[in-house]
Design a protein around this ligand. Sequence first.
Ligand SMILES: Cc1cc2nc3c(=O)[nH]c(=O)nc-3n(C[C@H](O)[C@H](O)[C@H](O)COP(=O)(O)OP(=O)(O)OC[C@H]3O[C@@H](n4cnc5c(N)ncnc54)[C@H](O)[C@@H]3O)c2cc1C
Length: 220
Amino acid sequence: MEEQANFKSERSTVRRVPKRAHYDAATVFSVLDANFVGQVAFQLEGQPFQIPMLYGREGNVLYLHGSKKSRIYQTLARGIPCSLGVTLVDGIVVARSAFHHSVNYRSVVVFGRCAPVGDPEEKLAVFERFTDAIIPGRWAECRPINAKEAKVTGILALTIEDASAKIRTGGPVDETADYDLPIWAGVVPLETTYGVPVEDQNSKITCEVPGSVRELVNDK
Ligand SMILES: Cc1cc2nc3c(=O)[nH]c(=O)nc-3n(C[C@H](O)[C@H](O)[C@H](O)COP(=O)(O)OP(=O)(O)OC[C@H]3O[C@@H](n4cnc5c(N)ncnc54)[C@H](O)[C@@H]3O)c2cc1C
């Protein structure tokens, strides 16, 4: 499928502080690729739901997976409109006034519809991409997925129809007069990092931390 260069549409247009909005594929993808958990929203019989799910991206498609018995799988597989949101908080913005406190962030809102991936070979390829999207190189190190596991797990391809990214960076934006106040202001950066890997206590054979995990945690 050809990749779209711009995802702006009527429904994906940010109205408040539009200078923070981006619709180009490179920015939208960069935020999506910096995370792997999204909130998937949909409406069912007039009731809105939003459910956290893992995703892996390839081009304009976000792959979701889940038990074929789950409500979210069965609902989204029907191709109803859905939305996926991703947020990374990069810092707390501490202002001189209570009013101007804020956060630095990168967020994305995606709109589209899902279709189930039925072809067994395509499904296998998606399982591999999905695993490697979270821990690059892990698929090749694992016990391969078996037929029963593949059968009970559904894969959904969410094609991005339109989307928006919103990014805030920088310090507080206070009222001009407030810069003369003796009140500390600035940014407290916030980072999510990997810790030291802990081996499963139930392992019957002690193994070295594999390459994919070492790479992920930067040899911690
Ligand atoms: C971590 C975080 C905390 C926030 N806290 C608040 C808060 O407490 N109060 C508040 O008013 N706002 C908050 N915002 C901003 C909020 O997400 C909206 O951007 C804001 O409500 C303005 O939306 P709007 O009226 O322009 O757009 P809406 O009319 O609500 O939405 C129109 C379209 O704009 C796009 N859009 C809107 N917001 C975002 C976004 N954040 N990222 C990507 N696309 C977006 C979507 O495509 C949406 O369909 C926060 C944002 C983040 C990331």
